[in-house]
Design a protein around this ligand. Structure first.
Ligand code: SAH
Ligand code: SF4
Length: 453
Protein backbone atom coordinates (compact mmCIF):
# COMPACT_ATOMS: atom_id res chain seq x y z
CA UNK A 1 0.00 0.00 0.00
CA UNK A 2 1.46 3.38 -0.90
CA UNK A 3 2.22 5.57 2.08
CA UNK A 4 -0.58 8.08 2.47
CA UNK A 5 0.43 11.68 1.88
CA UNK A 6 1.27 13.07 5.28
CA UNK A 7 1.38 16.71 4.45
CA UNK A 8 -0.83 18.60 2.11
CA UNK A 9 0.64 19.91 -1.05
CA UNK A 10 2.53 23.12 -0.66
CA UNK A 11 0.86 25.57 -3.04
CA UNK A 12 4.17 26.27 -4.78
CA UNK A 13 5.03 22.59 -5.24
CA UNK A 14 4.27 20.47 -8.30
CA UNK A 15 2.07 17.43 -7.62
CA UNK A 16 4.81 14.97 -8.55
CA UNK A 17 6.77 16.06 -5.52
CA UNK A 18 4.39 14.28 -3.25
CA UNK A 19 4.74 10.92 -5.00
CA UNK A 20 6.67 8.64 -2.63
CA UNK A 21 10.10 7.78 -3.99
CA UNK A 22 10.42 4.68 -1.79
CA UNK A 23 13.03 6.29 0.43
CA UNK A 24 12.69 6.81 4.17
CA UNK A 25 14.12 9.35 6.57
CA UNK A 26 14.78 9.20 10.29
CA UNK A 27 15.26 12.37 12.37
CA UNK A 28 16.31 12.35 16.01
CA UNK A 29 15.95 15.62 17.90
CA UNK A 30 17.40 16.84 21.19
CA UNK A 31 16.90 20.17 22.89
CA UNK A 32 14.61 23.14 22.57
CA UNK A 33 11.52 23.86 20.47
CA UNK A 34 13.69 25.70 17.92
CA UNK A 35 15.35 22.38 17.19
CA UNK A 36 11.99 20.66 16.98
CA UNK A 37 10.86 23.30 14.49
CA UNK A 38 14.05 22.83 12.43
CA UNK A 39 13.51 19.07 12.44
CA UNK A 40 9.91 19.50 11.32
CA UNK A 41 11.10 21.69 8.46
CA UNK A 42 13.74 19.13 7.42
CA UNK A 43 11.05 16.45 7.50
CA UNK A 44 8.80 18.66 5.37
CA UNK A 45 11.58 19.27 2.85
CA UNK A 46 12.32 15.56 2.54
CA UNK A 47 8.65 14.73 2.14
CA UNK A 48 8.31 17.32 -0.59
CA UNK A 49 10.79 15.32 -2.64
CA UNK A 50 9.13 12.00 -1.92
CA UNK A 51 10.75 10.66 1.26
CA UNK A 52 8.57 9.20 3.99
CA UNK A 53 9.24 8.78 7.73
CA UNK A 54 11.02 5.59 8.88
CA UNK A 55 10.29 3.90 12.20
CA UNK A 56 13.96 3.83 13.18
CA UNK A 57 17.40 4.55 11.81
CA UNK A 58 17.66 0.87 10.83
CA UNK A 59 15.20 1.17 7.95
CA UNK A 60 16.12 4.73 6.94
CA UNK A 61 17.80 5.95 3.74
CA UNK A 62 19.00 9.09 5.51
CA UNK A 63 19.56 9.73 9.23
CA UNK A 64 19.54 13.27 10.64
CA UNK A 65 20.54 14.06 14.23
CA UNK A 66 19.58 17.50 15.54
CA UNK A 67 21.84 18.29 18.48
CA UNK A 68 21.80 20.32 21.69
CA UNK A 69 24.78 21.40 23.79
CA UNK A 70 23.10 23.61 26.38
CA UNK A 71 24.27 21.24 29.11
CA UNK A 72 27.08 18.68 29.13
CA UNK A 73 24.57 15.86 29.62
CA UNK A 74 22.79 16.80 26.38
CA UNK A 75 26.06 16.97 24.46
CA UNK A 76 27.11 13.56 25.82
CA UNK A 77 23.80 12.07 24.74
CA UNK A 78 24.26 13.36 21.19
CA UNK A 79 27.81 12.01 21.09
CA UNK A 80 26.56 8.61 22.31
CA UNK A 81 23.89 8.51 19.65
CA UNK A 82 26.40 9.53 16.97
CA UNK A 83 28.77 6.78 18.08
CA UNK A 84 26.00 4.21 17.99
CA UNK A 85 25.54 5.04 14.28
CA UNK A 86 29.07 3.88 13.43
CA UNK A 87 27.89 0.28 13.06
CA UNK A 88 24.96 1.23 10.86
CA UNK A 89 27.28 3.31 8.68
CA UNK A 90 29.73 0.39 8.37
CA UNK A 91 26.90 -1.89 7.27
CA UNK A 92 25.16 0.63 4.99
CA UNK A 93 27.76 3.14 3.81
CA UNK A 94 25.30 4.55 1.27
CA UNK A 95 22.98 5.92 4.02
CA UNK A 96 23.96 9.56 4.69
CA UNK A 97 24.36 10.49 8.34
CA UNK A 98 23.77 14.21 8.96
CA UNK A 99 24.40 16.29 12.08
CA UNK A 100 22.82 19.69 12.66
CA UNK A 101 21.90 21.82 15.71
CA UNK A 102 24.01 23.74 18.22
CA UNK A 103 26.77 21.13 18.40
CA UNK A 104 27.82 22.03 14.86
CA UNK A 105 28.31 25.82 14.83
CA UNK A 106 32.04 26.70 14.60
CA UNK A 107 32.98 23.11 15.43
CA UNK A 108 32.94 21.42 12.04
CA UNK A 109 36.65 20.74 11.86
CA UNK A 110 36.87 19.10 15.27
CA UNK A 111 33.65 17.17 14.64
CA UNK A 112 34.88 15.84 11.29
CA UNK A 113 37.88 14.35 13.08
CA UNK A 114 35.85 13.01 15.97
CA UNK A 115 33.00 11.57 13.91
CA UNK A 116 34.41 10.67 10.48
CA UNK A 117 31.35 8.53 9.69
CA UNK A 118 29.16 11.67 9.52
CA UNK A 119 28.61 12.72 5.88
CA UNK A 120 27.36 16.25 6.48
CA UNK A 121 27.43 18.83 9.26
CA UNK A 122 25.26 21.91 8.95
CA UNK A 123 24.53 24.87 11.22
CA UNK A 124 21.04 25.29 12.72
CA UNK A 125 18.48 26.44 10.12
CA UNK A 126 21.04 26.38 7.27
CA UNK A 127 18.70 24.10 5.35
CA UNK A 128 20.19 24.59 1.88
CA UNK A 129 23.19 22.48 2.91
CA UNK A 130 21.04 19.37 2.93
CA UNK A 131 21.18 19.39 -0.87
CA UNK A 132 24.70 18.03 -0.61
CA UNK A 133 23.35 14.63 0.42
CA UNK A 134 19.82 14.93 -1.03
CA UNK A 135 20.45 16.38 -4.50
CA UNK A 136 16.72 16.18 -5.33
CA UNK A 137 16.24 19.15 -3.00
CA UNK A 138 17.95 21.35 -5.58
CA UNK A 139 14.72 21.16 -7.64
CA UNK A 140 12.90 22.69 -4.69
CA UNK A 141 15.42 25.41 -4.18
CA UNK A 142 13.14 28.33 -4.95
CA UNK A 143 10.56 27.04 -2.54
CA UNK A 144 12.75 26.08 0.38
CA UNK A 145 12.46 29.40 2.11
CA UNK A 146 8.69 29.30 1.76
CA UNK A 147 8.22 25.82 3.13
CA UNK A 148 6.65 26.30 6.51
CA UNK A 149 8.01 24.95 9.75
CA UNK A 150 5.30 22.67 11.01
CA UNK A 151 4.64 19.55 12.90
CA UNK A 152 3.78 16.60 10.74
CA UNK A 153 0.67 14.68 11.59
CA UNK A 154 2.48 11.38 11.28
CA UNK A 155 1.95 9.90 14.73
CA UNK A 156 -1.18 9.18 16.71
CA UNK A 157 0.06 11.63 19.36
CA UNK A 158 0.35 14.43 16.87
CA UNK A 159 -2.60 15.44 14.78
CA UNK A 160 -0.99 18.41 13.10
CA UNK A 161 -3.40 20.82 14.78
CA UNK A 162 -0.55 22.63 16.51
CA UNK A 163 2.57 24.10 14.95
CA UNK A 164 5.74 25.90 15.90
CA UNK A 165 6.75 28.99 13.95
CA UNK A 166 10.25 30.41 14.59
CA UNK A 167 10.09 34.20 14.44
CA UNK A 168 13.52 35.24 15.70
CA UNK A 169 16.84 33.44 15.60
CA UNK A 170 19.82 33.97 17.93
CA UNK A 171 20.18 35.88 21.19
CA UNK A 172 21.84 39.21 22.07
CA UNK A 173 22.03 38.55 25.81
CA UNK A 174 25.18 37.12 27.31
CA UNK A 175 24.02 35.22 30.36
CA UNK A 176 27.25 34.09 31.98
CA UNK A 177 26.40 30.37 31.90
CA UNK A 178 24.87 30.11 28.44
CA UNK A 179 26.38 28.74 25.25
CA UNK A 180 23.40 29.63 23.05
CA UNK A 181 24.62 33.07 21.81
CA UNK A 182 27.91 31.46 20.72
CA UNK A 183 26.10 28.83 18.70
CA UNK A 184 23.04 30.71 17.45
CA UNK A 185 24.52 34.16 16.81
CA UNK A 186 22.88 37.58 17.04
CA UNK A 187 19.14 38.20 17.08
CA UNK A 188 17.66 38.10 13.60
CA UNK A 189 13.92 38.62 13.29
CA UNK A 190 11.93 37.26 10.39
CA UNK A 191 9.86 39.90 8.60
CA UNK A 192 6.30 40.23 9.80
CA UNK A 193 4.80 39.49 6.40
CA UNK A 194 6.65 36.14 6.14
CA UNK A 195 5.48 35.09 9.57
CA UNK A 196 1.89 36.09 8.90
CA UNK A 197 1.94 34.32 5.53
CA UNK A 198 3.23 31.16 7.17
CA UNK A 199 0.57 31.25 9.88
CA UNK A 200 -2.11 31.86 7.22
CA UNK A 201 -0.94 28.81 5.36
CA UNK A 202 -0.82 26.69 8.50
CA UNK A 203 -4.33 27.81 9.47
CA UNK A 204 -5.57 26.96 5.98
CA UNK A 205 -4.16 23.44 6.46
CA UNK A 206 -6.14 22.98 9.65
CA UNK A 207 -3.60 24.09 12.24
CA UNK A 208 -5.55 25.67 15.12
CA UNK A 209 -2.78 26.56 17.54
CA UNK A 210 0.51 28.24 16.72
CA UNK A 211 3.47 28.80 19.05
CA UNK A 212 5.83 31.56 17.98
CA UNK A 213 9.41 30.66 18.84
CA UNK A 214 12.66 32.38 19.72
CA UNK A 215 15.42 32.12 22.32
CA UNK A 216 14.24 35.59 23.31
CA UNK A 217 10.94 35.66 21.46
CA UNK A 218 9.89 39.00 22.92
CA UNK A 219 12.96 40.68 21.40
CA UNK A 220 11.21 40.20 18.05
CA UNK A 221 11.38 43.30 15.87
CA UNK A 222 14.16 45.12 17.74
CA UNK A 223 16.59 44.47 14.87
CA UNK A 224 14.13 45.29 12.08
CA UNK A 225 14.36 49.06 12.24
CA UNK A 226 11.20 51.08 12.60
CA UNK A 227 9.28 50.79 15.80
CA UNK A 228 7.88 47.27 15.72
CA UNK A 229 7.78 44.82 18.58
CA UNK A 230 6.11 41.57 19.55
CA UNK A 231 2.87 43.35 20.46
CA UNK A 232 2.44 44.41 16.80
CA UNK A 233 3.20 40.92 15.58
CA UNK A 234 0.73 39.36 18.02
CA UNK A 235 -1.98 41.67 16.65
CA UNK A 236 -1.19 40.70 13.07
CA UNK A 237 -1.14 36.96 13.82
CA UNK A 238 -4.27 37.13 15.97
CA UNK A 239 -6.10 38.47 12.92
CA UNK A 240 -5.36 35.36 10.82
CA UNK A 241 -8.68 33.67 10.03
CA UNK A 242 -9.08 30.17 11.47
CA UNK A 243 -6.40 30.48 14.14
CA UNK A 244 -7.88 29.69 17.56
CA UNK A 245 -4.86 29.79 19.83
CA UNK A 246 -1.63 31.73 19.87
CA UNK A 247 1.34 31.18 22.20
CA UNK A 248 4.95 32.33 22.24
CA UNK A 249 8.15 31.26 23.98
CA UNK A 250 10.70 31.81 25.42
CA UNK A 251 10.35 35.35 26.73
CA UNK A 252 13.06 37.30 28.51
CA UNK A 253 11.79 39.13 31.61
CA UNK A 254 13.62 42.33 30.63
CA UNK A 255 11.59 42.63 27.41
CA UNK A 256 8.25 41.58 28.88
CA UNK A 257 6.89 45.10 28.57
CA UNK A 258 3.58 46.49 29.80
CA UNK A 259 2.64 46.85 26.13
CA UNK A 260 3.20 43.16 25.36
CA UNK A 261 1.36 42.01 28.50
CA UNK A 262 -1.51 44.40 27.77
CA UNK A 263 -1.73 43.16 24.19
CA UNK A 264 -1.78 39.53 25.35
CA UNK A 265 -4.73 40.32 27.57
CA UNK A 266 -6.57 42.10 24.79
CA UNK A 267 -6.26 39.56 21.96
CA UNK A 268 -8.73 36.67 21.97
CA UNK A 269 -6.41 34.04 20.46
CA UNK A 270 -3.47 34.67 22.82
CA UNK A 271 -3.58 31.96 25.47
CA UNK A 272 -3.54 32.69 29.19
CA UNK A 273 -0.08 31.23 29.60
CA UNK A 274 3.31 32.82 30.05
CA UNK A 275 6.73 31.24 29.74
CA UNK A 276 9.08 33.51 31.66
CA UNK A 277 12.36 31.96 32.86
CA UNK A 278 13.62 33.44 36.13
CA UNK A 279 16.66 31.12 36.54
CA UNK A 280 17.26 32.05 40.20
CA UNK A 281 15.45 33.76 43.05
CA UNK A 282 18.43 35.55 44.56
CA UNK A 283 19.52 38.96 43.30
CA UNK A 284 23.23 38.32 43.75
CA UNK A 285 23.00 35.08 41.75
CA UNK A 286 20.93 36.82 39.09
CA UNK A 287 23.57 39.54 38.85
CA UNK A 288 26.37 37.01 38.43
CA UNK A 289 24.25 35.16 35.88
CA UNK A 290 24.13 38.52 33.97
CA UNK A 291 20.37 38.21 33.72
CA UNK A 292 19.87 42.02 33.79
CA UNK A 293 16.78 41.98 36.09
CA UNK A 294 16.00 41.44 39.76
CA UNK A 295 13.79 38.99 41.57
CA UNK A 296 11.24 41.77 42.20
CA UNK A 297 11.18 42.73 38.54
CA UNK A 298 10.26 39.16 37.53
CA UNK A 299 7.61 39.02 40.27
CA UNK A 300 6.18 42.31 39.07
CA UNK A 301 5.85 41.02 35.48
CA UNK A 302 3.99 37.95 36.75
CA UNK A 303 1.75 40.08 38.98
CA UNK A 304 0.81 42.43 36.13
CA UNK A 305 0.06 39.46 33.86
CA UNK A 306 -2.14 37.81 36.46
CA UNK A 307 -3.82 41.10 37.15
CA UNK A 308 -4.73 41.70 33.50
CA UNK A 309 -5.40 38.03 32.70
CA UNK A 310 -6.68 36.28 35.80
CA UNK A 311 -5.84 32.57 35.87
CA UNK A 312 -2.80 32.89 33.61
CA UNK A 313 -0.56 29.85 34.05
CA UNK A 314 3.17 30.39 34.41
CA UNK A 315 6.11 28.30 33.24
CA UNK A 316 9.67 29.11 34.25
CA UNK A 317 13.22 27.77 34.12
CA UNK A 318 15.56 27.40 37.09
CA UNK A 319 19.24 26.56 37.35
CA UNK A 320 20.41 25.14 40.69
CA UNK A 321 24.03 25.02 41.85
CA UNK A 322 25.30 28.04 39.92
CA UNK A 323 28.92 28.83 40.96
CA UNK A 324 28.94 30.36 44.42
CA UNK A 325 25.23 29.69 45.07
CA UNK A 326 24.95 29.32 48.86
CA UNK A 327 22.25 27.35 50.58
CA UNK A 328 20.67 30.65 51.64
CA UNK A 329 20.60 31.88 48.06
CA UNK A 330 19.11 28.59 46.93
CA UNK A 331 16.39 29.02 49.57
CA UNK A 332 15.53 32.36 47.96
CA UNK A 333 14.72 30.45 44.77
CA UNK A 334 12.74 27.95 46.80
CA UNK A 335 10.75 30.71 48.48
CA UNK A 336 10.14 32.54 45.19
CA UNK A 337 8.70 29.42 43.58
CA UNK A 338 6.62 28.69 46.64
CA UNK A 339 5.09 32.15 46.74
CA UNK A 340 4.55 32.40 42.97
CA UNK A 341 3.10 28.94 42.34
CA UNK A 342 4.22 28.20 38.79
CA UNK A 343 2.41 25.53 36.78
CA UNK A 344 5.57 24.24 35.19
CA UNK A 345 9.22 24.57 36.21
CA UNK A 346 12.04 23.33 33.99
CA UNK A 347 14.81 22.48 36.42
CA UNK A 348 18.46 22.17 35.49
CA UNK A 349 21.63 21.54 37.45
CA UNK A 350 24.33 24.03 36.50
CA UNK A 351 26.70 22.65 33.90
CA UNK A 352 29.80 24.65 32.87
CA UNK A 353 29.90 25.26 29.11
CA UNK A 354 33.20 25.89 27.34
CA UNK A 355 33.68 29.49 26.22
CA UNK A 356 31.12 31.01 28.58
CA UNK A 357 32.03 33.48 31.32
CA UNK A 358 30.99 31.31 34.25
CA UNK A 359 33.04 28.37 32.95
CA UNK A 360 36.04 30.42 34.12
CA UNK A 361 34.70 30.38 37.67
CA UNK A 362 35.02 27.46 40.03
CA UNK A 363 32.12 25.01 39.71
CA UNK A 364 32.08 24.88 43.49
CA UNK A 365 28.67 23.44 44.34
CA UNK A 366 29.31 19.69 44.64
CA UNK A 367 27.33 17.43 42.34
CA UNK A 368 25.50 15.78 45.27
CA UNK A 369 24.46 19.22 46.53
CA UNK A 370 23.16 20.18 43.07
CA UNK A 371 21.19 16.94 43.05
CA UNK A 372 19.80 17.69 46.51
CA UNK A 373 18.66 21.18 45.48
CA UNK A 374 17.17 19.79 42.29
CA UNK A 375 15.30 17.17 44.28
CA UNK A 376 14.07 19.74 46.82
CA UNK A 377 12.55 21.83 44.03
CA UNK A 378 11.04 18.76 42.38
CA UNK A 379 9.32 17.86 45.63
CA UNK A 380 8.14 21.46 46.10
CA UNK A 381 6.82 21.57 42.56
CA UNK A 382 4.93 18.30 43.00
CA UNK A 383 3.30 19.66 46.16
CA UNK A 384 2.40 22.98 44.51
CA UNK A 385 1.04 21.37 41.33
CA UNK A 386 -1.02 18.92 43.38
CA UNK A 387 -2.78 21.92 44.93
CA UNK A 388 -3.02 23.96 41.71
CA UNK A 389 -4.61 21.05 39.85
CA UNK A 390 -6.86 20.00 42.75
CA UNK A 391 -8.43 23.46 42.53
CA UNK A 392 -9.40 22.61 38.96
CA UNK A 393 -11.61 19.70 40.01
CA UNK A 394 -15.20 20.16 38.81
CA UNK A 395 -14.31 23.10 36.57
CA UNK A 396 -14.75 23.05 32.79
CA UNK A 397 -11.90 23.88 30.42
CA UNK A 398 -11.69 24.29 26.67
CA UNK A 399 -9.36 21.56 25.38
CA UNK A 400 -7.74 21.37 21.96
CA UNK A 401 -7.62 17.65 21.16
CA UNK A 402 -4.19 16.75 19.80
CA UNK A 403 -4.23 12.96 19.72
CA UNK A 404 -4.56 9.78 21.70
CA UNK A 405 -2.30 8.45 24.43
CA UNK A 406 -2.85 4.99 25.95
CA UNK A 407 -6.28 4.75 24.33
CA UNK A 408 -7.51 8.10 25.69
CA UNK A 409 -7.95 11.41 23.95
CA UNK A 410 -5.39 13.93 25.01
CA UNK A 411 -5.17 17.68 24.62
CA UNK A 412 -4.30 20.89 26.40
CA UNK A 413 -6.19 23.74 27.97
CA UNK A 414 -5.47 27.33 26.98
CA UNK A 415 -3.26 27.40 30.08
CA UNK A 416 -1.27 24.48 28.61
CA UNK A 417 -2.39 21.88 31.17
CA UNK A 418 -2.62 18.32 29.85
CA UNK A 419 -6.10 16.79 29.91
CA UNK A 420 -7.04 13.17 29.16
CA UNK A 421 -10.59 11.95 28.55
CA UNK A 422 -12.67 9.23 26.93
CA UNK A 423 -15.02 9.95 24.02
CA UNK A 424 -16.44 7.54 21.42
CA UNK A 425 -16.60 10.30 18.81
CA UNK A 426 -13.69 11.25 16.58
CA UNK A 427 -12.72 14.52 18.21
CA UNK A 428 -9.18 14.80 16.86
CA UNK A 429 -8.33 18.42 16.14
CA UNK A 430 -11.51 19.69 17.79
CA UNK A 431 -12.01 22.21 20.54
CA UNK A 432 -14.08 20.63 23.25
CA UNK A 433 -15.22 21.62 26.72
CA UNK A 434 -14.10 19.08 29.29
CA UNK A 435 -15.24 18.93 32.90
CA UNK A 436 -12.48 17.84 35.26
CA UNK A 437 -13.32 14.72 37.28
CA UNK A 438 -9.89 13.69 38.58
CA UNK A 439 -6.61 15.49 39.14
CA UNK A 440 -2.94 14.68 39.59
CA UNK A 441 0.09 16.97 39.86
CA UNK A 442 0.96 16.57 36.17
CA UNK A 443 -2.35 16.19 34.31
CA UNK A 444 -6.12 16.28 34.56
CA UNK A 445 -8.76 13.71 33.69
CA UNK A 446 -12.22 14.77 32.62
CA UNK A 447 -15.45 14.12 30.76
CA UNK A 448 -16.51 15.98 27.61
CA UNK A 449 -19.48 18.31 27.82
CA UNK A 450 -21.11 20.03 24.88
CA UNK A 451 -20.37 19.81 21.21
CA UNK A 452 -16.95 19.53 19.60
CA UNK A 453 -16.17 22.51 17.39
N1 SAH B 1 16.45 32.01 26.36
C1 SAH B 1 15.97 31.34 27.48
C2 SAH B 1 16.63 30.00 27.73
C3 SAH B 1 17.40 29.28 26.70
S1 SAH B 1 18.41 27.95 27.25
C4 SAH B 1 16.13 32.23 28.70
O1 SAH B 1 16.62 33.29 28.62
O2 SAH B 1 15.80 31.81 29.78
C5 SAH B 1 17.23 26.87 28.00
C6 SAH B 1 17.44 26.62 29.46
O3 SAH B 1 18.57 25.82 29.66
C7 SAH B 1 17.71 27.86 30.28
O4 SAH B 1 16.53 28.50 30.62
C8 SAH B 1 18.47 27.37 31.46
O5 SAH B 1 17.60 27.09 32.54
C9 SAH B 1 19.11 26.10 30.94
N2 SAH B 1 20.56 26.30 30.81
C10 SAH B 1 21.20 27.07 29.92
N3 SAH B 1 22.53 27.01 30.11
C11 SAH B 1 22.72 26.17 31.15
C12 SAH B 1 23.88 25.70 31.85
N4 SAH B 1 25.09 26.08 31.51
N5 SAH B 1 23.69 24.83 32.88
C13 SAH B 1 22.46 24.45 33.24
N6 SAH B 1 21.34 24.85 32.62
C14 SAH B 1 21.47 25.71 31.60
FE1 SF4 C 1 21.01 31.96 26.91
FE2 SF4 C 1 20.46 34.14 28.34
FE3 SF4 C 1 20.18 34.18 25.66
FE4 SF4 C 1 18.48 32.78 27.16
S1 SF4 C 1 18.76 35.01 27.22
S2 SF4 C 1 19.48 32.09 25.28
S3 SF4 C 1 19.78 32.01 28.79
S4 SF4 C 1 22.09 33.96 26.79
Amino acid sequence: MPAKPIIQLHPAAAPSRLAPNGKRFFIWTMGCQMNEADSAKIAAMLQEVGYRPADSELDADIVVLNSCVVRQAAEDKVAGRLNSLRRLKAQKPEVPVVLTGCMVTNQQEALTKRFPHVDLFFDPSDFDKLQRVVPELADLDDDLAQLPHYYLPDTPENSGVTAYVPIIYGCNFLCSYCIVPYRRGKETSRPMRDIVAEVEELASRGVREVTLLGQTVNAWGHDLGGDVNLAHLLRAVDAVPGLDRLRFLTSHPKYMSDEIIGTMAELPSVCEHMNLPVQAGDDDVLRRMRRTYSRDFWKDRIALTRNLMPGTTIATDIIVGFPGETDEQFMQTYALLEETGCDKVHLAMYSPRPGTLSARWEDDVPHEEKQRRHHELEKLQERLCTGINADRLGRTFEVLVEGKAKGRWTGRTRGNTLVHFDDDRDVLGKLLDVRITQTSPWFLIGAPVGTPR
